[in-house]
Design a protein around this ligand. Structure first.
Ligand code: GLU
Length: 452
């Protein structure tokens, strides 16, 4: 982070100073807290009881943080040690809920920023889920299936004791998909002797998983953008869309954008991006990333009219809608300026906190419709909560019913963020709207449940 944060109003400044002093080496966590505190100032002014009851002081401190050793053996017999994390941030609205991320960049700051955001995202969905996040600095790239399995088993050998359908329900995130969830769930079942469907979401649809969970985050981000456009009587029809990333979120954002008549033209990974003016070939992208687990540069071998741009991000490509779906801080102020100069109309964050504070400010100043991840990518976790409902009732809903439910949830998330922004005199500001609406729900529950 090179951008400076704007100074905070007095009502939240002391809390923020404590967060910085207590978590000095955690820039991403500080960034996420700063954004929320900045947004909720009008809520605190309207609700002095939140201030008097120390709601903000309490919400910025996780209820519990677990850090553990994850030793595992590679195929050649070499021993590795990774660090595992689970930050259980808030269970005031329901069991802790949030994904696991396996990526070499993972550290406590990253997991805490994600866990903190998750509280408000989950609150916005209107469902009964608390906020948490976990993961490891393990790098799955280049590892065999057997190595992945042994790592997942070792990870769960510690984490199982902190989980449970009424306690903490993980899911996937970057580097944790169907394969990893299978191994993690299998080990939980083995060590606890319980087939407890509701203790993990994102499971395979043959063994307790929910239809649409795989598609939900990407679909949801597009649904959210569709709602923002609809306020201005616009649709996706004929719009060019830039998507970053090539994982689960990106793939299904591209899929849904096509279904709504748009032309998604980019995808990326950490090596660079591809731009295909004819529209991304989704089958090809899926084969490269999901089946072969290869690099995005391979895309142009099969599509000679497409271009691979090494070491860059897709924000220089002229588009009407951008859906950053890779990772945190992947779109900075200069990227935002490039998008704005090219006439971007809407940005919906498929990833968590992909836009830097400078980028967000630039979009808002330019009047670009901006849907923050907390709201725009809430479809994934919302569908996880639908999975929990189905598990509890031992039911299985159809794809079309589940997608209709997701669509309705995204509409609600949009409308509650939109309405909160209006209520607090910041019309069209979905950052304030999402943070305020999520925070209000959490704060009321904390108030009701006492100082714990
Ligand atoms: N990792 C996803 C997120 O960032 C999904 C979490 C879940 O389904 O629990 O919201």
């Amino acid at each position: 982070m090179t951008e400076e944060f704007t100074p905070l109003p007095a009502v939240v400044r002391d809390v923020y100073d404590v967060v910085v002093a207590r978590n000095p080496h955690e820039p991403e966590f500080q960034q996420a807290v700063h954004e929320v505190l900045d947004s909720i100032v009008p809520v605190l002014e309207a609700h002095p009881e939140f201030v008097a009851n120390g709601i903000v002081e309490r919400i910025v401190e996780p209820e519990r943080q677990i850090i553990f050793r994850v030793p595992w053996t590679d195929d050649a017999g070499g021993i590795h040690v990774n660090r595992g994390f689970r930050v259980q941030f808030s269970s005031v609205l329901g069991p802790y809920k949030g994904g696991l991320r396996f990526h070499p960049s993972v550290n406590l700051s990253i997991i805490k920023f994600l866990g903190f955001e998750q509280i408000f995202k989950n609150a916005l969905t209107g469902q009964g889920i608390g906020g948490a996040k976990g993961g490891s600095d393990f790098d799955p790239r280049g590892r065999s299936d057997a190595e992945i399995m042994r790592f997942c088993q070792s990870f769960m050998n510690e984490l199982y004791r902190h989980l449970g359908e009424h306690t903490d329900v993980p899911a996937g995130d970057i580097g944790v998909g169907a394969r990893e969830i299978g191994y993690l769930f299998g080990q939980y079942r083995k060590v606890t002797n319980r087939h407890e469907s509701g203790m993990f979401t994102g499971k395979g649809v043959q063994w307790g998983g929910a239809e649409v969970r795989t598609e939900a985050t990407g679909y949801g981000a597009v649904f959210f953008a569709e709602e923002m456009l609809a306020v201005h009587s616009e649709t996706f029809e004929g719009k060019r869309v830039a998507v970053s990333g090539s994982g689960n979120v990106a793939i299904y954002a591209i899929d849904k954008a096509y279904q709504l008549g748009a032309v998604p033209v980019t995808a990326s990974d950490s090596s660079g991006y591809v731009v295909d003016d004819a529209g991304i070939d989704l089958d090809l992208l899926r084969r490269i990333k999901e089946v072969e687990r290869g690099r995005i540069s391979e895309y142009v071998l099969a599509r000679p009219d497409a271009r691979f741009v090494e070491g860059a991000r897709p924000w220089e490509v002229p588009v009407d809608v951008a859906i950053p779906s890779a990772t945190q801080n992947e779109l900075d102020e200069s990227d935002a300026q490039a998008l704005i100069a090219n006439g971007v109309r809407a940005v919906a964050e498929g990833a968590n906190m992909p836009s830097t504070p400078g980028a967000v400010a630039a979009f808002q100043k330019a009047g670009v419709l901006f849907g923050p991840g907390k709201a725009a990518n809430a479809g994934g976790v919302a569908t996880s909560a639908l999975e929990m409902s189905q598990n509890a009732a031992r039911q299985r809903w159809s794809f079309s019913d589940s997608e209709a439910k997701l669509r309705a949830i995204m509409q609600r998330v949009h409308d509650s963020a939109y309405a909160a922004a209006e209520r607090y005199d910041r019309p069209g500001d979905y950052v304030v709207g999402a943070n305020a609406a999520g925070f209000e729900r959490v704060a009321h529950a904390m108030l009701a449940q006492g100082v714990i």
